[in-house]
Design a protein around this ligand. Structure first.
Ligand code: FE2
Length: 159
């Protein structure tokens, strides 16, 4: 039976989508530093951006997707299996960017890898926001929503 999402229940879709926008903002700052040829600042921003993305993905893999898979029985198949594989690709692209910053800017593929990462994230986030987050809001008990939201809140760096 499909549950209706109560007005007062915590909303995974809202909290996880907000965190995508936060990480997206960090990506725009990184792109800005690179485009201004400020490679020292780009290096610092890449470190922070990489941490933000990895912690966001860990909250999804360990809590959100794990709960979705336990509720649906879709383990190793279905939407979260594809999204988990993309998390590995995203982590690899972050490693490519770190390696790019170790070579001279004129020989670096940083800009190309950054464009590729942005496209990968846009597609990945779109499917999470349109399919998985609303499904989690429908399927999860309130205590499971609270646990997932706590995980994404904990993933944010202290401000
Ligand atoms: Fe994700």
């Amino acid at each position: 039976m499909v549950k209706t999402v109560s007005e007062r229940a915590p909303r995974i879709e809202v909290k996880f989508t907000d965190d995508h926008r936060r990480v997206e903002h960090a990506l725009a700052e990184l792109e800005g530093a690179w485009n201004r040829c400020d490679s020292a600042h780009a290096r610092r921003l890449l470190l922070q951006f990489g941490r933000d993305v990895r912690q966001h993905m860990r909250a999804e893999d360990d809590i959100l997707f794990a709960t979705f898979e336990a509720k649906t029985g879709l383990v190793g198949a279905g939407p979260t299996a594809a999204l988990r594989r993309e998390h590995v690709q995203i982590a690899q692209r972050l490693e490519d960017l770190r390696a790019d910053l170790r070579v001279a800017p004129e020989e670096s593929e940083f800009a190309k890898h950054l464009i590729s990462l942005r496209a990968l994230l846009a597609d990945h986030w779109s499917r999470e926001e349109k399919v998985v987050f609303p499904s989690c809001d429908q399927l999860f008990e309130d205590y499971q929503k609270v646990a997932a939201i706590r995980a994404i809140e904990r993933s944010k760096p202290p401000r």
